[in-house]
Design a protein around this ligand. Structure first.
Ligand SMILES: [Zn+2]
Length: 88
């Protein structure tokens, strides 16, 4: 009698458990092609307290809009709508 070790039928494949939170770009939802630099209320949400532009992984903005958003933020900074960098 050969005692076979009981093989567990567990597949060694850890399933990626990602939350089903759909991340949609807010600009895509509103179908905004151009990000308006005068629209501070909107832009401000994508700028950190220190005035830095939030990375895409945090804000959830798509690549296309992130590019335009960064342009808009830089423009808004230039005019003085958004601070360049606030003190710590
Ligand atoms: Zn988008």
């Amino acid at each position: 009698m050969s005692s076979q070790p009981t093989q567990t039928k567990q597949t060694q494949r850890p399933k990626l458990k990602r939350r089903k939170r759909r991340r949609v770009c807010n600009f895509c939802v509103d179908k905004m092609d151009v990000v308006d630099y005068k629209d501070i209320n909107r832009i401000k949400r994508y700028v950190s307290e220190r005035g830095k532009i939030n990375p895409r992984r945090n804000s959830g903005v798509c690549a296309k809009h992130q590019r335009r958003l960064s342009e808009a933020i830089k423009r808004a900074r230039f005019i003085g709508l958004i601070p360049h960098c606030s003190e710590l």
